[in-house]
Design a protein around this ligand. Structure first.
Ligand code: ADP
Ligand code: ZN
Length: 712
């Protein structure tokens, strides 16, 4: 039977082999064993009951808690040529009756139903009139009170199984199952625990990273500009934050959709639709968004703020890359969000649950601070034995150089103290950069010895630096009527010279996927095919399938069938159109080679994308802009711009050093380097006037004697 299953996998779904766990789950079902199948999101759980449904006589009933998901799943099956239908509250009474009649006549292989239906005696009587060999329980954790979305109606499933004239096999599926939830599922659905199929929690195609101490909005803006064609979700913690971010992006001419519980049902549906149909590439939302969304081509999930715990985080981040293509999960961390989350926990929970939730929040914060593999941290959190470092996450791949910023930190910290630790970030930055703002003079801050000591930097950079000091817990934030900053115990150690501070250069945004004109063409074609068919684009073909077409460049129907995700139904429906488009493209681009893996195109491109950024900086440098002007213009940090210039120098481009370090300092610099050597920046810095920054020294070193450049 497994042989037959494999053939069906090919002919209906267009896949050549089962993924880990799928064949085992399917075999167990064929052997008549009630089974629980635990796989991460995107692991391929649906196939585990869809293939048996094709083989077994009668109609497989699928219990699914999410209305929107049902429709997409049924659309996907219909696209694959598998007769299926659903019954939920979105149908009229007449539609329900018609569907049930058709089901009794054996017109469907799969029937999706909402769990609430099982409460109805009449409905169960109807089901009794159909041969039901298999009951698949999707999101099976909903049966347990320990799970995060308990649904009382799930408790009716066992009753259904008992009442059917021919006892069905029960297959429970879930992505989130702590041992306790698993036990519950098994007990409540009469599954022998030895019939558990479980694959790892790690998601091979996701790369996680945590970014802190950087300007979040600038990061997002840059990221969205680089990846404007890719679909992604940005999660923010509150409705207000969603609205603010949405407006700011709109002002920057980035079109996005938004979603939160404060909007009307209709508005939310419209926005969700715009996102699902690829009308808007990015969705900005609170955690109210995402349940029941199985859009497979989400390339990134960014958390603009800290989520409340690892469970929510992994669930939300896990919505990226269901199609198995490389995708990114980025968390933008600021320690101030901890307060917001504490507040939300405090507001929304009964007293006795608060300590437990605070504990979970702490583990979420620990995730943000860990220096080891993020993927390993996650799987360990979910109770899996520790794994090898993933080699993909932000921590595994971090090669940024750290720069000693103790002196700058001391300047900021002492300024905060002199200002009485009663003011916010931006006014502190204004004092440090010597702003002539009226407020400053009103308070008499221009008389402080720290007034203007960082005047060669922009107020924005200094604000970012303060943000960084907060992330290092050298500054704390007091949330009164407005947030003010104070020096922490660690910060005091820095002031006393007992602790040094190192800062890594800013994380650069990157392009996730390669630009491939054929891919763009096919993506556009898919969109119009989807509009015609009245389904979301990802239901027609996944991104992965389009990528595979780009590699295989099929010319015949047989070749088209070898594309992953193309079965006979898709061939029949879309073969002609797609083959014609590919043929036309190849005619126009005779240089396009078959068999060039998308990965190769991609890595080539990735290098270019990274390479691009310093070239953009160079262009501005050639226009005689200073480092801080370039930083301002590109909304990057001074540090990043300096690194770009170091890179340009190392690639042999001509740098005008006078734009970076004023000529009057050159002699002093040469002397300092001679005395202190080139190995470390700190001793050089100590020999120079305050206004010479580490960055200046770094660039100076790389340009004056590039052959010994060891600081880039
Ligand atoms: P889950 O329900 O576990 O989150 P899905 O069933 O939605 O995952 O499957 C995720 C994606 O993987 C879908 O696009 C699906 O078509 C694809 N997929 C499933 N099984 C295979 C397979 N054996 N080979 C290739 N792709 C597969
Ligand atoms: Zn890692």
């Amino acid at each position: 039977m497994l042989q037959q299953a494999r053939q069906l996998l090919q002919s209906y779904f267009g896949y050549t082999a089962f993924r880990r766990g799928q064949d085992q789950a399917i075999s167990q079902v064929f052997e008549g064993k009630n089974t629980i199948c635990v796989m991460p999101t995107g692991g391929g759980k649906s196939i585990c009951y869809q293939i048996p449904a094709l083989v077994l006589p009668g109609v497989t009933v699928v219990i699914s808690p999410l209305i929107s998901l049902m429709k997409d799943q049924v659309d996907t099956l219909l696209q694959a040529g598998i007769p299926a239908a659903y019954i939920n509250s979105s149908l009229s009474a007449q539609e329900v009756r018609d569907t049930m009649t058709a089901a009794k006549q054996g017109e469907y292989k799969l029937l999706y139903i909402a769990p609430e239906r099982l409460e109805s005696y009449v409905f169960i009587e109807d089901l009794k009139e159909m041969p039901i060999p298999l009951v698949a329980v999707d999101e099976a954790h909903c049966i347990s009170q320990w799970g995060h979305d308990f649904r009382p109606s799930y408790r009716q499933i066992q009753r259904l199984a008992d009442m059917l004239p021919q006892k069905p096999i029960v297959l429970a599926l879930t992505a989130t199952a702590t041992p306790k939830v698993r036990e519950d599922i098994c007990r409540l659905l009469s599954i022998d625990e030895s019939n558990t199929v479980i694959t790892g929690f790690a998601r091979e195609n996701l790369s996680f990273s945590v970014i802190q101490g950087q300007d979040r909005f600038a990061f997002i803006k840059d990221y969205l500009q680089k990846n404007e064609k890719e679909a992604g979700i940005i999660y923010a913690a509150t409705r207000k934050a969603v609205d603010q971010l949405y407006e700011k992006l709109r002002k920057s001419h980035i079109s996005a959709a938004r979603y939160h519980a404060g909007m009307s049902d209709e508005e939310r549906m419209d926005e969700q639709d715009r996102f699902l149909t690829d009308e808007a590439a990015v969705m900005i939302a609170t955690n109210a968004f995402g349940m029941g969304i199985d859009k497979s081509n989400i390339r990134y999930v960014i958390h603009y703020q800290l989520p409340k715990n690892m469970e929510s985080y992994y669930q939300e981040a896990g919505r990226a890359g269901r199609d198995g293509l490389d995708s990114e999960c980025i968390l933008l961390y600021s320690s101030q969000d901890v307060q917001t989350q504490r507040f939300l926990i405090d507001q929304s929970l009964e007293r006795e649950r608060i300590p437990r939730e605070l504990e979970k929040l702490q583990l979420m914060i620990d995730y943000c601070h860990t220096e080891t593999c993020l993927q390993s941290y996650i799987v360990k959190y979910f109770g899996e034995a520790s794994s090898e470092p993933c080699g993909r996450c932000g921590n595994c791949t971090d090669s940024r150089a750290a720069v000693d910023v103790t002196k700058e930190a001391q300047m900021v910290l002492s300024c905060v103290i002199r200002m009485g630790q009663r003011y916010g970030k931006s006014i502190t930055a204004q004092v440090l950069t010597g702003s002539k703002n009226k407020k400053i003079t009103e308070f008499g801050f221009q008389a402080l010895s720290t007034y203007g000591i960082m005047k060669e930097q922009s107020a924005k950079d200094v604000t970012n630096f303060i943000e960084f000091l907060i992330s290092q817990e050298l500054l704390g934030v007091e949330h009164g009527s407005y947030p003010t900053i104070f020096v922490t115990a660690h910060g005091k150690e820095v002031l006393l010279g007992q602790r040094s501070v190192e800062r890594k250069e800013a994380v650069q945004t990157k392009q996730i996927a390669a630009d491939d004109p054929l891919f763009e063409e096919l993506r556009g074609l898919r969109k119009s095919l989807a509009e015609e068919a009245g389904v979301p684009p990802f239901v027609i073909f996944s991104d992965r399938t389009l990528k595979d077409m780009c590699v295989k460049l099929p010319q015949t129907e047989e070749e088209f069938l070898t594309v992953s995700g193309v079965g006979s139904s898709k061939l029949e429906k879309y073969g002609e159109t797609i083959l014609a488009a590919i043929a036309a493209f190849c005619k126009e681009h005779p240089e396009r080679e078959k068999g060039v893996s998308a990965d190769i195109v991609e890595t080539k491109h990735k290098k270019k994308a990274v390479a691009q950024s310093h070239l953009d900086t160079y262009e501005l440098h050639e226009q005689k802009l200073t480092v801080s002007e370039i930083a301002e213009k590109r909304e990057l940090t001074i540090n990043t711009i300096e690194n770009h210039l170091v890179q340009c120098a190392s690639e042999g481009m001509k740098i005008d050093i006078s734009l970076i370090v004023p000529e009057q300092y050159w002699e002093a610099l040469d002397t300092a380097i001679q005395e202190a050597g080139r190995e470390r920046l700190k001793p050089i810095k100590e020999r120079l006037p305050e206004e010479i920054t580490y960055g200046m020294i770094k660039v100076y070193l790389s340009i004056r004697q590039p052959e010994e450049n060891s600081y880039s």
